[in-house]
Design a protein around this ligand. Structure first.
Ligand code: PEP
Ligand code: MN
Length: 338
């Protein structure tokens, strides 16, 4: 349920609403917008009479029932797009995140060469995994803290903010020391302790959709982060498992349009994991932006054939560079830019 306050309602009127919620063991989450202040009611059991009770309060315009199980991430609570600020880069509300870089940080030369190349081509953030979730325990699992240090060096050289994955709650503090955006991977979308720890960090979080997660489950995972007081969330559609075997995953662009309707949070697309094939990345990148996504995250490697992970879905520097002018044209057509 949300309580919409009258324009010009006073602090003490808002406080009276919050106090009544506390009496019911509920919490009120304030969103102060330009036109109105909204109190989102969160808690396990909302008494059926509460709406009537609150509608009589001074300063209350109306109460609205929210039927979805997620609250704070919903457009009903906050009608306007959330813009997540990452350093000088804005994401959402027409501002695109163009994140590029290798699947894994492999060496100083590799990450720096790619950082320079994607920066030159027009990317505004650098990706690279230092802690890699791998299906096989025998695959390359990342350089760990040394990888984070290399990312920080690449940022110092290029100015690009860093997006990198954190896999456990215990590593949030370490990764937050180096990163600008904490990536929570598909396999960890329902690691609720990790979501809460990332929420408490206050850092921007890139939340990937789980391999078999419904849109509702994905938004509920985002709710875990925002409920910790951290609204700096960028959702990322990265393909889901279906019966189709021609591609690694099935990139669900429906989800972009659905999420934009239901939530105020920005949503970007990962066409690399979404397709699993480098030659499908350019068309799906363009389709993602055309479908209303607030950006893309693309795997780029100086020599994909020799990549330690996900080489088959990585663009080389030249292919990434050639994609950018087309991406600018599509962005312009749908009224967004970076
Ligand atoms: C990645 O970004 O390299 C990655 C492991 O992604 P996902 O969690 O979507 O599989
Ligand atoms: Mn990858």
């Amino acid at each position: 349920m949300i309580v919409v306050m009258e324009t010009g309602s006073t602090q003490s009127q808002i406080e009276a609403v919050l106090a009544r919620l506390r009496e019911h063991n509920l919490r009120g989450h304030l969103t102060v917008g330009e036109e109105r202040t909204v109190v989102a009611v969160v808690g396990a059991a909302i008494p059926p009479t509460l709406r009537e009770e609150l509608e009589h309060f001074d300063g209350v315009k109306e109460t609205v029932r929210i039927t979805q199980p997620y609250k704070l991430v919903s457009r009903e609570v906050k009608p306007h797009d959330t813009i997540v600020q990452v350093g000088e880069v804005k994401v959402g509300g027409g501002h695109l995140a163009i994140i590029a870089g290798p699947c894994s940080v492999e060496s100083e030369e590799q990450i720096k060469a790619t950082a320079r190349a994607v920066r030159e081509a027009g990317a505004n953030m650098l990706r690279g995994g230092a802690f890699k979730p791998r299906s096989s325990p025998y695959s390359f699992r990342g350089l760990g803290e040394y990888g984070l240090q290399l990312l920080a060096q690449a940022r110092a050289e290029t100015g690009l903010p860093i997006v990198t994955e954190v896999m456990t709650p215990a590593d949030v503090e370490l990764v937050a020391k180096y990163a600008d955006v904490l990536q929570i991977g598909a396999r960890n979308m329902q690691n609720y302790q990790l979501l809460e720890e990332a929420g408490r960090s206050g850092m921007p979080v890139l939340l990937k959709r789980g391999l078999s997660a419904t849109i509702e489950e994905w938004l509920l995972s985002a709710e875990y982060i925002i409920a910790q007081g951290n609204p700096n969330i960028i959702l990322c559609e990265r393909g889901i498992r279906t019966f189709e075997t021609a591609t690694r995953n099935t990139l669900d662009l429906n989800a972009v349009a659905v999420v934009k309707k239901r939530s105020h949070l920005p949503v970007i697309v990962d066409p690399s994991h979404g397709t699993g094939k480098w030659y499908l990345v350019p068309p799906l990148t363009l389709a993602a932006i055309a479908s209303g996504a607030d950006g893309v995250i693309i795997e780029v490697h100086p020599d994909p054939d020799r990549a330690k992970s996900d080489g088959g879905q990585s663009l080389n520097h030249e292919n990434f560079m050639n994609l950018m002018p087309k991406l600018r044209a599509v962005a312009k057509a749908v009224g967004s830019n970076w």
